[in-house]
Ligand binder design. Structure first.
Ligand code: COA
Length: 311
């Protein structure tokens, strides 16, 4: 249990938008195939992690009313950093005028939930204000001739400000897992392009989501009925549906932006979260379940009691 409270949030998508129809002009695919197999209709491309993160981070800080110099730690979840080193977090730290430690965290598409759980531990450890960003630009590493992968991914960033609070705990239960024996089914070499065994990723993703969600809920001492909003990793509508069915949670409880963003990796959960918050889908005291999976194979889930900021 931890006491960090989300006090600001924002997202950013790069300007260039590619619909399925746009894609079909240079890839052997159709809008119908992509929608039916994944639920995706469009995605944004040509983003840069440092640029998207800076915009989302700046707007989240403004919403929280936090002066950049008061941030005690910057965590940037990404697997597509602009360069091998320095960390994109260091570049974002400078652009935002922060004066604190800054690290990239790579847990692929599970990165935001890994970052959230980590941030909550730092608030327990005495850091008052943390800026957590999930951002990826997978359009830079997809093979645009591989129709099995290039239709799925997009770019984006989502940021939250987490502040220590004396109130009752907000992170009620969590689960972080990795199964490195499956590292080869979804990977990208330095300087290379994404390789994916789609069927195997699909099969394992459903099981990983279910297991992470159950473990986090068990540790929080809650059941599916107690959850108001599920924020799943936005990879594929069929994976989300299959996992929700196994968990016996109705689809209406899920936050969903996949259709217009594609799979934005570490940005996907904050993009869906912010969309749901902006739609007032949770009230004070409601429980949210965030659950993700990704290359690694990593998986992560967190049960959060919604304790909104009072402005
Ligand atoms: N457009 C049209 N046809 C396509 C296509 C595309 N974009 N991509 C693949 N196909 C074809 C294949 O070539 C194959 O043709 P064939 O039967 O003539 O050989 C056919 O469609 C079926 O391909 P298959 O790979 O069996 O499809 P699928 O039902 O498994 O769906 C995925 C493919 C990638 C959508 C699905 O496996 C998936 O979503 N996996 C998980 C991916 C994921 O979420 N990754 C990120 C995890 S963080």
């Amino acid at each position: 249990m931890a006491h960090g409270r989300i006090t600001g949030w924002a997202t950013h998508l790069p300007e260039r938008r590619l619909t399925n129809h746009d894609l079909a002009e240079f890839v052997d695919t159709t809008d119908e195939w992509i929608r039916e197999r994944s639920g995706i209709a469009a995605r944004h491309v040509d983003g840069k992690v440092t640029e998207m993160s800076t915009i989302a981070g700046r707007d989240a800080l403004a919403m929280a009313g936090v002066d950049p110099t008061d941030v005690g730690l910057l965590l940037l979840a990404t697997c597509s950093s602009d360069q091998q080193f320095p960390a994109s977090a260091s570049v974002v730290q400078h652009k935002l005028g922060l004066r604190c430690g800054a690290i990239d965290m790579n847990a692929a598409c599970s990165g935001f939930v890994y970052g959230l759980v980590t941030a909550m531990q730092f608030t327990e450890g005495g850091v008052d204000t943390i800026l957590l960003i999930g951002s990826d630009a997978l359009s830079s590493v997809v093979d645009w001739t591989d129709r099995g992968t290039c239709v799925l991914f997009g770019d984006g960033a989502g940021a939250v400000v987490i502040q220590r609070s004396a109130d009752s705990p907000t992170l009620l239960g969590w689960d972080l897992m990795s199964d490195g024996s499956a590292a080869g089914i979804l990977s990208c070499e330095h300087g290379g392009k994404i390789f994916m065994n789609g069927k195997e990723v699909f099969r394992r993703a459903v099981l990983a989501m279910e297991s992470a969600a159950r473990n986090a809920m068990d540790r929080a001492g809650v059941t599916m009925d107690d959850i108001t909003l599920v924020v799943p990793h936005q990879a594929n509508i069929r994976i989300i549906d299959a996992a929700m069915k196994r968990l016996d949670i109705p689809r209406e409880k899920a936050a969903m932006v996949l259709e217009r963003t594609g799979n934005t990796s570490a940005a996907s959960i904050p993009l869906a979260l912010v969309d749901a918050l902006d739609d007032d889908r949770v009230a004070p005291g409601d429980l949210m379940l965030m659950v993700g999976f990704g290359a690694g194979m990593s998986s992560a889930a967190a049960v959060i009691r919604w304790d909104p900021p009072s402005y």
